[in-house]
Design a protein around this ligand. Structure first.
Ligand SMILES: [Ca+2]
Ligand SMILES: [Ca+2]
Length: 441
């Protein structure tokens, strides 16, 4: 899967994102980044001074020696081709001096890196987690102490072969706040930092009232204008909705890029509820080339030699009609050509300039216990009980937006040059959720 494209995908490389502490990138049960989210009793005293985490994309270095970038499975780019003593420099500006957790999102054989100041002073040596593949990421952390203000951090590879997606500085606290001494070793229950709008079982809620909402998602866009908070159509709720745009020119200008999407990451939950509302503009053109507008994207078992396949469950529009497509396979290793079954189900005609509320209740399974129930405007329009996905270690991850793969090669069959879609009121609930809890309200 390694590509050596050095193409700069402008929309994917926002140099520095300020992100909330929301836990949205649980990629595997071995993901050590949960450490960032667990508030221990000791830390509880100091959280009043906690500042927002600062995430820096690995490819946003100000200088480097010996590395290259490549497409990252988690979206955007990662730094790869790392050899011993390769390094990358990053310009950072901590708001306050003090001790911080520095977390590295990496994949591969493990190893070590060193964090140092511009003058060579070593700040930390970090042991990297071993992961199941070169694009299966986990997070390793260390504690460093930084002064406030603009400075350069150099990250030096002490071992080779790991891939690097991002690093994050978090937990910057005022060092004068004393920790509690009462039972400091007892961790409290991890809390869900993203406040659900309603319902105890809703783990994610995006109202798209503010661009910061996109920080709850991984962006897969080729340019920043492809994804915007918009008020050009009436929102499903509030004042704004998410606007996705994708053009035929994007495919040409961005090295066969075929999507404007945002996504979650896969996790260990087999059964979930997904709710969202979508809106097609008045100039939406009927197109024989389909687009997928929501996907439950598979995660290959890289360690078994598996590669990307089509999404086991996807929701799309083709010839002016909604459809759902379901693929399944029980073999531990499968390809697009080796599966046990496939189904494509018509879900009726599209209507323009109107919000439609969709809920997908899914229990992913390659066995007979799978569940797929689809509701449109709170009315069940389809259900299938039985296999609905592949035999993979990780469950599929959720995406919304525009995936228009046909424009790479068959664009002349399409009567349009630009697709625009709107989304609002996205909720993801756990298995105990229900139609009313995740449905747009
Ligand atoms: Ca909204
Ligand atoms: Ca598999």
């Amino acid at each position: 899967m390694k590509t050596k494209s050095l193409l700069y995908l402008a929309g994917l490389t926002a140099a520095i994102q300020f992100v909330s502490c929301a836990k949205n990138d649980l990629d595997s049960t071995a993901d050590l980044s949960q450490a960032n989210e667990v508030t221990t009793a000791t830390e509880a005293v100091t959280t009043s001074a906690r500042v927002a985490a600062m995430r820096i994309e690995a490819e946003s270095y100000s200088g480097m020696s010996g590395v290259q970038t490549e497409d990252c499975r988690e979206g955007g780019k990662n730094v790869g081709y790392i050899h011993v003593n390769d390094w990358m420099d990053y310009s950072i500006t901590p708001a306050a001096a003090g001790s911080q957790t520095i977390s590295f999102r990496v994949a591969g054989p493990g190893g070590k890196l060193r964090v140092q100041k511009a003058d060579g002073t070593v700040l930390a040596t970090v042991t990297l987690p071993v992961t199941a593949g070169g694009q299966i990421y986990a997070t390793g952390s260390a504690t460093i102490s930084l002064p406030a203000g603009k400075q350069t951090l150099r990250i030096v590879a002490l071992t080779a072969g790991w891939n690097f997606n991002w690093f994050e500085l978090s937990g910057g606290v005022a060092t004068t706040v004393p920790p509690t001494t009462t039972n400091p070793t007892t961790p409290t229950t991890p809390t869900t930092p993203t406040a659900p709008s309603t319902g105890a079982n809703v783990a994610l809620y995006s109202s798209f009232e503010d661009a910061s909402d996109f920080n709850k998602w991984i962006k897969e866009i080729c340019r920043s204008s492809a994804l915007q908070i918009s008020s050009e159509v009436p929102a499903r709720k509030g004042k704004y909705a998410a606007r996705f745009e994708f053009t035929k020119d994007d495919v040409i200008n961005y090295n066969k890029y075929v999507r404007a999407e945002i996504r979650q990451s896969s996790d260990a939950e087999q059964e979930k509820w997904f709710g969202f509302s979508n809106y097609l503009p008045g100039d939406f053109v009927t197109d024989p080339l389909a687009e997928k507008i929501a996907q439950w994207h598979e995660v290959p078992d890289w360690d078994l030699g598996e590669n990307w396949r089509s999404p086991p469950i996807s929701f799309g529009i083709e010839n002016g009609r909604y459809y759902v497509q379901i693929l399944w396979a029980a073999a531990a290793v499968n390809t697009n050509d080796s599966k046990d079954g496939e189904k494509k189900v018509d879900l009726g005609p599209v209507d323009k300039m109107k919000w439609n509320d969709w809920v997908f209740h899914i229990k992913f399974s390659y066995k007979s216990d799978g569940i797929l129930e689809i509701f449109k405007n709170k009315v069940k329009v389809y259900s299938q009980y039985g296999p609905n996905s592949f035999n993979d270690k990780f469950y599929p991850y959720f995406k919304i937006g525009i995936y228009k793969w046909g424009w790479n090669g068959w664009a002349s069959y399409s009567p349009e040059n630009k697709r625009v879609l709107y989304y609002d009121e996205v909720r993801i609930g756990n298995k105990n959720s229900n139609l009313n809890e995740v449905s747009p309200q």
